[in-house]
Design a protein around this ligand. Sequence first.
Ligand code: SF4
Length: 491
Amino acid sequence: MNFQLTKTEFIQYLNCPESLWLLKNKPNDYPKEAPSLFLQKLIKEGYEVEEFAKKLFPNGKDLPEKADPDFTEKQLNTDAKIFFQPSFKTSKNVFARIDVLEKLEDGSFHIYEVKSSTKIKDDQKHNHLKDACFQKYVLQECGYNVSGVSMMHLNKDYIKNGEINAREIIKTKEVSEKIKDLYPMVVKDIEDALHFINRSSINESECSCRYNTRSNHCLSFNYFNKNIPDYSIYEIINIRAKRINELLNMGCNCISDIPSDYNLNSKQKLQVASAKQNTPIIDQASISKSLNELEFPLHFIDYETYTNAIPQVNQFGPQKHLVFQVSIHTMLANGDLSHFEWLGNKMELPTDMLQKMKQFTGLTGTFISWHASFERDRNKEMMAMHPEYKQYLDYINTQMYDLEVLFKEPYIDYRFRGSSSIKKVLPIICPHLNYNALEVQNGTMAMDTWGRMMLDPDFDESIEHTRKELLEYCKLDTFAMVELYRFLMEL
Ligand code: SF4
Protein backbone atom coordinates (compact mmCIF):
# COMPACT_ATOMS: atom_id res chain seq x y z
CA MET A 1 0.00 0.00 0.00
CA ASN A 2 1.06 3.57 -0.56
CA PHE A 3 -1.53 5.66 1.22
CA GLN A 4 -1.59 9.43 0.73
CA LEU A 5 -0.92 11.60 3.79
CA THR A 6 -2.46 15.07 4.00
CA LYS A 7 -1.81 17.71 6.64
CA THR A 8 -5.13 17.01 8.36
CA GLU A 9 -4.30 13.31 8.46
CA PHE A 10 -0.83 14.02 9.78
CA ILE A 11 -2.34 16.01 12.65
CA GLN A 12 -4.74 13.10 13.25
CA TYR A 13 -1.71 10.76 13.31
CA LEU A 14 0.04 12.95 15.88
CA ASN A 15 -3.05 12.83 18.08
CA CYS A 16 -3.73 9.15 17.51
CA PRO A 17 -1.87 6.84 15.09
CA GLU A 18 -4.37 4.00 15.57
CA SER A 19 -7.39 6.03 14.49
CA LEU A 20 -5.63 7.14 11.28
CA TRP A 21 -4.53 3.56 10.58
CA LEU A 22 -8.14 2.42 10.92
CA LEU A 23 -9.37 5.19 8.62
CA LYS A 24 -6.82 4.27 5.94
CA ASN A 25 -6.85 0.51 6.20
CA LYS A 26 -10.41 -0.32 7.23
CA PRO A 27 -12.55 2.61 6.15
CA ASN A 28 -15.73 0.53 6.55
CA ASP A 29 -14.95 0.00 10.23
CA TYR A 30 -14.05 3.63 10.83
CA PRO A 31 -16.98 5.27 12.63
CA LYS A 32 -18.46 7.84 10.32
CA GLU A 33 -20.50 10.77 11.39
CA ALA A 34 -21.67 13.82 9.50
CA PRO A 35 -19.58 16.89 10.36
CA SER A 36 -21.15 18.57 13.39
CA LEU A 37 -22.64 22.03 13.05
CA PHE A 38 -19.74 23.25 15.17
CA LEU A 39 -17.20 21.78 12.76
CA GLN A 40 -19.08 23.20 9.77
CA LYS A 41 -18.96 26.60 11.46
CA LEU A 42 -15.19 26.32 11.95
CA ILE A 43 -14.72 25.40 8.29
CA LYS A 44 -16.89 28.30 7.12
CA GLU A 45 -15.01 30.72 9.36
CA GLY A 46 -11.72 29.38 8.05
CA TYR A 47 -12.80 30.36 4.53
CA GLU A 48 -13.92 33.81 5.71
CA VAL A 49 -10.58 34.50 7.39
CA GLU A 50 -8.75 33.28 4.31
CA GLU A 51 -10.66 35.79 2.18
CA PHE A 52 -9.41 38.62 4.41
CA ALA A 53 -5.87 37.24 4.38
CA LYS A 54 -5.95 37.21 0.58
CA LYS A 55 -6.77 40.92 0.53
CA LEU A 56 -3.25 41.51 1.83
CA PHE A 57 -1.94 40.13 -1.48
CA PRO A 58 -3.78 42.16 -4.13
CA ASN A 59 -1.88 40.57 -7.00
CA GLY A 60 -2.39 37.01 -5.82
CA LYS A 61 -3.45 34.36 -8.31
CA ASP A 62 -6.34 32.13 -7.22
CA LEU A 63 -5.76 28.54 -8.30
CA PRO A 64 -8.89 26.40 -8.76
CA GLU A 65 -9.89 24.69 -5.51
CA LYS A 66 -9.40 21.17 -6.83
CA ALA A 67 -6.37 21.94 -9.00
CA ASP A 68 -3.77 19.16 -8.89
CA PRO A 69 0.01 19.46 -8.36
CA ASP A 70 0.70 19.32 -12.14
CA PHE A 71 -1.46 22.40 -12.62
CA THR A 72 0.42 24.13 -9.78
CA GLU A 73 3.76 23.39 -11.39
CA LYS A 74 2.67 25.06 -14.63
CA GLN A 75 1.40 28.10 -12.74
CA LEU A 76 4.65 28.49 -10.80
CA ASN A 77 6.43 28.91 -14.12
CA THR A 78 4.32 31.93 -15.09
CA ASP A 79 5.12 35.56 -14.19
CA ALA A 80 2.77 35.51 -11.18
CA LYS A 81 4.44 35.99 -7.79
CA ILE A 82 1.65 35.13 -5.33
CA PHE A 83 -0.45 31.97 -5.49
CA PHE A 84 -3.53 31.05 -3.47
CA GLN A 85 -4.13 27.35 -2.78
CA PRO A 86 -1.33 25.77 -4.85
CA SER A 87 -1.09 22.02 -4.24
CA PHE A 88 1.96 19.75 -4.06
CA LYS A 89 2.57 16.02 -3.76
CA THR A 90 5.84 14.34 -2.91
CA SER A 91 7.12 11.09 -4.43
CA LYS A 92 6.13 9.42 -1.13
CA ASN A 93 2.52 10.57 -1.57
CA VAL A 94 2.51 13.36 1.01
CA PHE A 95 0.07 16.05 -0.12
CA ALA A 96 -0.18 19.73 0.84
CA ARG A 97 -2.29 22.66 -0.27
CA ILE A 98 -0.67 25.97 0.71
CA ASP A 99 -2.91 28.89 1.71
CA VAL A 100 -0.66 31.56 0.20
CA LEU A 101 2.66 31.01 -1.54
CA GLU A 102 4.98 33.81 -2.58
CA LYS A 103 7.69 33.37 -5.21
CA LEU A 104 10.64 35.58 -4.31
CA GLU A 105 13.14 37.28 -6.65
CA ASP A 106 15.87 34.72 -5.87
CA GLY A 107 13.55 31.86 -6.94
CA SER A 108 12.90 30.69 -3.38
CA PHE A 109 9.42 30.53 -1.81
CA HIS A 110 7.72 31.97 1.27
CA ILE A 111 4.79 30.02 2.75
CA TYR A 112 1.88 31.76 4.50
CA GLU A 113 -0.39 29.57 6.66
CA VAL A 114 -3.75 31.17 7.52
CA LYS A 115 -5.48 30.33 10.81
CA SER A 116 -8.87 31.50 12.08
CA SER A 117 -7.64 31.53 15.69
CA THR A 118 -6.57 34.69 17.51
CA LYS A 119 -3.06 33.36 18.21
CA ILE A 120 -0.54 30.82 16.99
CA LYS A 121 -1.39 27.66 18.90
CA ASP A 122 1.35 25.29 19.95
CA ASP A 123 -0.48 22.91 22.27
CA GLN A 124 -0.50 19.18 21.70
CA LYS A 125 -3.84 18.99 19.91
CA HIS A 126 -3.50 22.08 17.72
CA ASN A 127 0.08 22.79 16.90
CA HIS A 128 0.14 25.39 14.15
CA LEU A 129 3.93 25.33 14.02
CA LYS A 130 3.84 21.64 13.12
CA ASP A 131 1.33 22.46 10.37
CA ALA A 132 3.82 24.99 9.02
CA CYS A 133 6.65 22.43 9.14
CA PHE A 134 4.48 19.94 7.24
CA GLN A 135 3.86 22.44 4.44
CA LYS A 136 7.55 23.29 4.25
CA TYR A 137 8.48 19.60 4.13
CA VAL A 138 6.17 18.91 1.18
CA LEU A 139 7.50 21.86 -0.84
CA GLN A 140 11.11 20.98 -0.14
CA GLU A 141 10.54 17.32 -1.00
CA CYS A 142 9.07 18.52 -4.30
CA GLY A 143 12.35 20.31 -4.99
CA TYR A 144 11.41 23.89 -4.10
CA ASN A 145 13.58 26.05 -1.87
CA VAL A 146 11.54 27.41 1.06
CA SER A 147 13.29 30.47 2.46
CA GLY A 148 10.56 31.62 4.86
CA VAL A 149 7.34 30.62 6.63
CA SER A 150 4.77 32.97 8.16
CA MET A 151 1.54 32.48 10.06
CA MET A 152 -1.48 34.75 9.51
CA HIS A 153 -4.15 34.81 12.20
CA LEU A 154 -6.86 37.06 13.63
CA ASN A 155 -5.86 40.02 15.74
CA LYS A 156 -7.42 39.36 19.15
CA ASP A 157 -7.45 43.08 19.98
CA TYR A 158 -9.31 44.06 16.83
CA ILE A 159 -12.63 45.84 17.40
CA LYS A 160 -14.91 46.40 14.42
CA ASN A 161 -15.80 49.98 13.69
CA GLY A 162 -17.34 50.24 10.25
CA GLU A 163 -15.85 48.43 7.30
CA ILE A 164 -13.25 45.82 8.24
CA ASN A 165 -9.72 46.57 7.15
CA ALA A 166 -7.78 43.37 6.39
CA ARG A 167 -4.54 44.97 7.61
CA GLU A 168 -6.09 45.55 11.02
CA ILE A 169 -7.92 42.28 11.55
CA ILE A 170 -5.17 39.97 10.23
CA LYS A 171 -1.79 39.66 11.91
CA THR A 172 1.18 38.19 10.07
CA LYS A 173 4.08 36.72 11.97
CA GLU A 174 7.15 35.13 10.46
CA VAL A 175 7.98 31.83 12.18
CA SER A 176 10.96 30.72 10.07
CA GLU A 177 13.34 30.89 13.06
CA LYS A 178 10.80 29.47 15.48
CA ILE A 179 10.31 26.27 13.50
CA LYS A 180 14.02 25.63 12.90
CA ASP A 181 14.44 23.23 15.83
CA LEU A 182 11.01 21.69 15.38
CA TYR A 183 11.40 20.96 11.67
CA PRO A 184 13.67 17.87 11.85
CA MET A 185 11.35 16.32 14.45
CA VAL A 186 8.30 16.92 12.26
CA VAL A 187 10.11 15.40 9.27
CA LYS A 188 10.75 12.28 11.35
CA ASP A 189 7.11 12.25 12.47
CA ILE A 190 5.93 12.45 8.84
CA GLU A 191 8.16 9.53 7.91
CA ASP A 192 6.92 7.56 10.92
CA ALA A 193 3.33 8.37 9.97
CA LEU A 194 3.87 7.09 6.40
CA HIS A 195 5.39 3.90 7.74
CA PHE A 196 2.61 3.43 10.29
CA ILE A 197 -0.38 3.93 7.98
CA ASN A 198 1.14 1.53 5.46
CA ARG A 199 1.58 -1.26 7.99
CA SER A 200 -0.51 -4.29 7.09
CA SER A 201 -1.60 -4.79 10.71
CA ILE A 202 -1.52 -3.19 14.15
CA ASN A 203 -2.73 -4.31 17.56
CA GLU A 204 -6.48 -3.85 17.25
CA SER A 205 -7.36 -5.50 20.55
CA GLU A 206 -6.99 -2.24 22.48
CA CYS A 207 -5.74 1.32 22.01
CA SER A 208 -3.91 3.71 24.28
CA CYS A 209 -7.08 5.57 25.28
CA ARG A 210 -8.02 2.53 27.33
CA TYR A 211 -5.80 4.14 29.97
CA ASN A 212 -7.01 7.65 29.35
CA THR A 213 -10.01 9.78 30.30
CA ARG A 214 -13.21 10.01 28.28
CA SER A 215 -12.41 13.45 26.88
CA ASN A 216 -9.53 11.88 24.94
CA HIS A 217 -11.61 9.09 23.42
CA CYS A 218 -12.63 9.29 19.78
CA LEU A 219 -15.45 7.45 18.04
CA SER A 220 -13.13 4.49 17.41
CA PHE A 221 -12.82 3.75 21.13
CA ASN A 222 -15.39 0.94 21.04
CA TYR A 223 -13.81 -0.62 17.95
CA PHE A 224 -10.46 -0.97 19.73
CA ASN A 225 -11.85 -1.76 23.19
CA LYS A 226 -14.61 -4.26 22.66
CA ASN A 227 -15.05 -5.53 26.20
CA ILE A 228 -15.81 -2.18 27.83
CA PRO A 229 -19.25 -2.30 29.48
CA ASP A 230 -21.89 0.31 28.76
CA TYR A 231 -21.62 1.96 32.18
CA SER A 232 -17.88 1.94 32.55
CA ILE A 233 -15.33 3.58 34.83
CA TYR A 234 -14.76 6.27 32.14
CA GLU A 235 -18.19 7.71 33.00
CA ILE A 236 -17.13 8.64 36.53
CA ILE A 237 -17.27 12.38 37.02
CA ASN A 238 -13.86 14.06 36.55
CA ILE A 239 -11.96 10.81 36.91
CA ARG A 240 -8.22 11.13 36.24
CA ALA A 241 -6.07 8.86 34.10
CA LYS A 242 -4.14 7.73 37.18
CA ARG A 243 -7.31 6.34 38.76
CA ILE A 244 -8.36 4.71 35.46
CA ASN A 245 -5.02 2.90 35.32
CA GLU A 246 -5.36 1.74 38.91
CA LEU A 247 -8.89 0.49 38.39
CA LEU A 248 -8.00 -1.37 35.19
CA ASN A 249 -5.07 -3.00 36.97
CA MET A 250 -7.52 -4.10 39.66
CA GLY A 251 -9.70 -5.65 36.95
CA CYS A 252 -12.48 -3.04 37.29
CA ASN A 253 -14.08 -2.00 34.00
CA CYS A 254 -17.54 -1.44 35.25
CA ILE A 255 -18.60 1.14 37.83
CA SER A 256 -20.36 -1.51 39.86
CA ASP A 257 -17.07 -3.46 40.24
CA ILE A 258 -15.38 -0.63 42.18
CA PRO A 259 -14.78 -1.55 45.84
CA SER A 260 -16.59 0.80 48.24
CA ASP A 261 -13.35 1.69 50.04
CA TYR A 262 -11.54 2.67 46.83
CA ASN A 263 -9.99 6.14 46.95
CA LEU A 264 -12.38 8.44 45.02
CA ASN A 265 -13.50 11.99 45.83
CA SER A 266 -16.89 12.57 47.45
CA LYS A 267 -18.81 13.26 44.20
CA GLN A 268 -17.31 10.23 42.52
CA LYS A 269 -18.18 8.04 45.51
CA LEU A 270 -21.77 9.25 45.39
CA GLN A 271 -22.01 8.44 41.70
CA VAL A 272 -20.63 4.93 42.26
CA ALA A 273 -22.98 4.40 45.20
CA SER A 274 -25.92 5.62 43.09
CA ALA A 275 -25.00 3.19 40.30
CA LYS A 276 -24.64 0.27 42.70
CA GLN A 277 -27.95 1.05 44.43
CA ASN A 278 -29.75 1.91 41.20
CA THR A 279 -31.17 5.03 42.79
CA PRO A 280 -30.30 8.72 43.13
CA ILE A 281 -28.41 9.85 46.22
CA ILE A 282 -29.95 13.05 47.55
CA ASP A 283 -28.82 15.45 50.27
CA GLN A 284 -32.27 16.85 50.84
CA ALA A 285 -31.33 19.16 53.70
CA SER A 286 -28.61 20.87 51.72
CA ILE A 287 -30.90 21.32 48.69
CA SER A 288 -33.72 22.78 50.81
CA LYS A 289 -31.33 25.12 52.60
CA SER A 290 -29.96 26.49 49.31
CA LEU A 291 -33.34 26.94 47.66
CA ASN A 292 -35.04 28.43 50.70
CA GLU A 293 -32.44 31.18 50.79
CA LEU A 294 -33.43 32.44 47.31
CA GLU A 295 -35.38 35.66 47.27
CA PHE A 296 -38.60 35.89 45.26
CA PRO A 297 -39.42 36.67 42.55
CA LEU A 298 -37.24 34.03 40.90
CA HIS A 299 -36.17 34.93 37.36
CA PHE A 300 -35.07 31.83 35.43
CA ILE A 301 -32.93 33.29 32.67
CA ASP A 302 -31.12 31.99 29.59
CA TYR A 303 -29.27 33.81 26.79
CA GLU A 304 -28.47 32.58 23.30
CA THR A 305 -25.44 34.10 21.62
CA TYR A 306 -23.84 34.38 18.20
CA THR A 307 -20.09 34.30 17.65
CA ASN A 308 -18.03 34.56 14.49
CA ALA A 309 -14.36 34.75 13.65
CA ILE A 310 -15.03 37.87 11.58
CA PRO A 311 -17.11 40.25 13.73
CA GLN A 312 -20.39 41.34 12.16
CA VAL A 313 -21.34 44.15 14.55
CA ASN A 314 -19.49 47.34 15.53
CA GLN A 315 -17.82 47.22 18.99
CA PHE A 316 -17.25 43.46 18.59
CA GLY A 317 -13.99 41.61 18.04
CA PRO A 318 -13.27 38.10 16.71
CA GLN A 319 -15.24 35.33 18.47
CA LYS A 320 -16.99 37.73 20.86
CA HIS A 321 -20.51 36.76 21.94
CA LEU A 322 -23.46 38.80 20.68
CA VAL A 323 -26.56 38.09 22.78
CA PHE A 324 -29.40 37.70 20.29
CA GLN A 325 -32.05 36.05 22.43
CA VAL A 326 -33.26 35.81 26.00
CA SER A 327 -35.98 33.85 27.77
CA ILE A 328 -37.04 34.63 31.35
CA HIS A 329 -39.62 32.73 33.38
CA THR A 330 -40.48 34.67 36.52
CA MET A 331 -42.01 32.87 39.50
CA LEU A 332 -43.68 34.69 42.36
CA ALA A 333 -43.71 33.39 45.93
CA ASN A 334 -47.22 32.02 45.37
CA GLY A 335 -45.96 29.97 42.42
CA ASP A 336 -47.50 32.16 39.69
CA LEU A 337 -45.40 32.12 36.54
CA SER A 338 -44.99 34.72 33.79
CA HIS A 339 -42.76 34.65 30.74
CA PHE A 340 -40.69 37.21 28.84
CA GLU A 341 -38.87 36.50 25.59
CA TRP A 342 -36.93 38.56 23.11
CA LEU A 343 -35.35 37.54 19.84
CA GLY A 344 -33.29 39.95 17.77
CA ASN A 345 -34.33 40.63 14.19
CA LYS A 346 -31.11 42.40 13.22
CA MET A 347 -27.41 41.79 13.72
CA GLU A 348 -27.00 44.63 16.24
CA LEU A 349 -26.39 45.35 19.93
CA PRO A 350 -29.28 44.05 22.08
CA THR A 351 -30.13 47.47 23.55
CA ASP A 352 -33.84 46.93 22.99
CA MET A 353 -33.63 43.57 24.79
CA LEU A 354 -31.98 45.12 27.85
CA GLN A 355 -34.55 47.87 28.04
CA LYS A 356 -37.47 45.41 27.84
CA MET A 357 -36.05 42.76 30.17
CA LYS A 358 -35.30 45.44 32.76
CA GLN A 359 -38.93 46.56 32.53
CA PHE A 360 -40.04 42.94 32.99
CA THR A 361 -37.84 41.91 35.93
CA GLY A 362 -36.92 45.18 37.59
CA LEU A 363 -34.08 45.05 40.12
CA THR A 364 -35.82 42.55 42.36
CA GLY A 365 -35.44 38.96 43.46
CA THR A 366 -33.01 36.27 42.33
CA PHE A 367 -31.84 35.39 38.83
CA ILE A 368 -31.38 31.67 38.24
CA SER A 369 -29.50 30.15 35.37
CA TRP A 370 -27.76 26.89 34.52
CA HIS A 371 -23.97 27.09 34.35
CA ALA A 372 -24.28 30.70 35.48
CA SER A 373 -20.74 31.74 34.52
CA PHE A 374 -21.93 31.98 30.90
CA GLU A 375 -24.73 34.46 31.69
CA ARG A 376 -22.47 36.38 34.10
CA ASP A 377 -19.76 36.78 31.45
CA ARG A 378 -22.29 38.01 28.88
CA ASN A 379 -23.60 40.52 31.41
CA LYS A 380 -20.09 41.82 32.05
CA GLU A 381 -19.52 42.24 28.31
CA MET A 382 -22.87 44.01 27.89
CA MET A 383 -22.04 46.34 30.81
CA ALA A 384 -18.97 47.53 28.91
CA MET A 385 -21.01 48.23 25.78
CA HIS A 386 -24.12 49.58 27.54
CA PRO A 387 -22.91 51.60 30.53
CA GLU A 388 -26.49 52.87 31.01
CA TYR A 389 -27.47 49.29 32.05
CA LYS A 390 -24.47 48.72 34.33
CA GLN A 391 -26.48 48.94 37.53
CA TYR A 392 -29.10 46.49 36.24
CA LEU A 393 -26.59 43.97 34.88
CA ASP A 394 -24.53 44.29 38.06
CA TYR A 395 -27.66 43.51 40.04
CA ILE A 396 -28.33 40.39 37.95
CA ASN A 397 -24.79 39.16 38.43
CA THR A 398 -24.69 39.70 42.18
CA GLN A 399 -28.13 38.07 42.56
CA MET A 400 -27.37 35.15 40.24
CA TYR A 401 -27.84 31.59 41.47
CA ASP A 402 -26.55 28.58 39.53
CA LEU A 403 -29.10 25.76 39.63
CA GLU A 404 -26.57 23.38 38.11
CA VAL A 405 -24.58 23.23 41.38
CA LEU A 406 -27.37 21.21 43.00
CA PHE A 407 -26.82 18.49 40.42
CA LYS A 408 -23.08 18.45 40.97
CA GLU A 409 -23.23 17.04 44.50
CA PRO A 410 -26.41 17.30 46.60
CA TYR A 411 -28.40 15.45 43.92
CA ILE A 412 -26.47 12.68 42.17
CA ASP A 413 -28.11 10.21 39.86
CA TYR A 414 -26.00 7.55 38.16
CA ARG A 415 -28.16 8.01 35.03
CA PHE A 416 -26.65 11.50 34.52
CA ARG A 417 -23.48 9.56 33.64
CA GLY A 418 -21.15 11.89 35.44
CA SER A 419 -22.53 15.04 33.82
CA SER A 420 -24.56 17.92 35.24
CA SER A 421 -25.52 19.34 31.84
CA ILE A 422 -29.22 20.21 31.68
CA LYS A 423 -29.44 18.04 28.55
CA LYS A 424 -28.44 15.01 30.68
CA VAL A 425 -30.37 15.90 33.83
CA LEU A 426 -33.71 16.92 32.29
CA PRO A 427 -34.65 13.66 30.50
CA ILE A 428 -34.09 11.73 33.75
CA ILE A 429 -35.97 14.05 36.11
CA CYS A 430 -38.57 15.52 33.74
CA PRO A 431 -38.97 13.05 30.86
CA HIS A 432 -42.15 14.89 29.80
CA LEU A 433 -39.94 17.83 28.66
CA ASN A 434 -38.10 16.89 25.55
CA TYR A 435 -35.66 18.82 23.34
CA ASN A 436 -35.87 16.08 20.69
CA ALA A 437 -39.36 17.23 19.73
CA LEU A 438 -37.98 20.67 18.74
CA GLU A 439 -36.39 21.68 15.45
CA VAL A 440 -33.77 23.72 17.34
CA GLN A 441 -32.31 21.40 19.97
CA ASN A 442 -29.18 23.05 21.33
CA GLY A 443 -27.25 26.30 21.51
CA THR A 444 -25.11 25.57 18.45
CA MET A 445 -28.22 24.95 16.36
CA ALA A 446 -29.78 28.16 17.69
CA MET A 447 -26.66 30.15 16.78
CA ASP A 448 -26.41 28.58 13.34
CA THR A 449 -30.11 29.06 12.58
CA TRP A 450 -30.21 32.68 13.71
CA GLY A 451 -26.89 33.49 12.00
CA ARG A 452 -28.14 32.09 8.67
CA MET A 453 -31.45 33.90 9.04
CA MET A 454 -29.61 37.21 9.59
CA LEU A 455 -26.76 36.91 7.10
CA ASP A 456 -27.41 34.30 4.44
CA PRO A 457 -28.92 35.88 1.31
CA ASP A 458 -30.04 32.37 0.24
CA PHE A 459 -31.90 31.68 3.50
CA ASP A 460 -35.11 30.21 2.10
CA GLU A 461 -36.93 29.00 5.23
CA SER A 462 -39.96 30.81 6.60
CA ILE A 463 -38.77 33.61 8.89
CA GLU A 464 -41.95 33.36 10.95
CA HIS A 465 -41.55 29.61 11.45
CA THR A 466 -37.83 29.87 12.22
CA ARG A 467 -38.41 32.60 14.82
CA LYS A 468 -41.11 30.45 16.43
CA GLU A 469 -38.71 27.47 16.64
CA LEU A 470 -35.94 29.61 18.16
CA LEU A 471 -38.35 31.04 20.71
CA GLU A 472 -39.61 27.54 21.59
CA TYR A 473 -36.08 26.31 22.20
CA CYS A 474 -35.00 29.12 24.51
CA LYS A 475 -38.35 29.00 26.32
CA LEU A 476 -37.83 25.31 27.02
CA ASP A 477 -34.39 26.05 28.49
CA THR A 478 -35.89 28.31 31.15
CA PHE A 479 -39.08 26.29 31.66
CA ALA A 480 -36.87 23.22 32.22
CA MET A 481 -35.20 25.11 35.08
CA VAL A 482 -38.61 25.99 36.50
CA GLU A 483 -39.64 22.32 36.45
CA LEU A 484 -36.35 21.18 37.98
CA TYR A 485 -36.72 23.81 40.71
CA ARG A 486 -40.27 22.60 41.44
CA PHE A 487 -39.08 19.01 41.51
CA LEU A 488 -36.34 19.83 44.02
CA MET A 489 -38.73 21.82 46.20
CA GLU A 490 -41.06 18.87 46.40
CA LEU A 491 -38.42 16.36 47.52
S1 SF4 B 1 -9.93 6.13 21.45
FE1 SF4 B 1 -8.05 7.31 21.63
S2 SF4 B 1 -6.31 5.92 21.26
FE2 SF4 B 1 -8.23 4.93 20.64
S3 SF4 B 1 -8.38 5.28 18.47
FE3 SF4 B 1 -9.51 6.93 19.47
S4 SF4 B 1 -8.09 8.61 19.86
FE4 SF4 B 1 -6.93 6.74 19.33
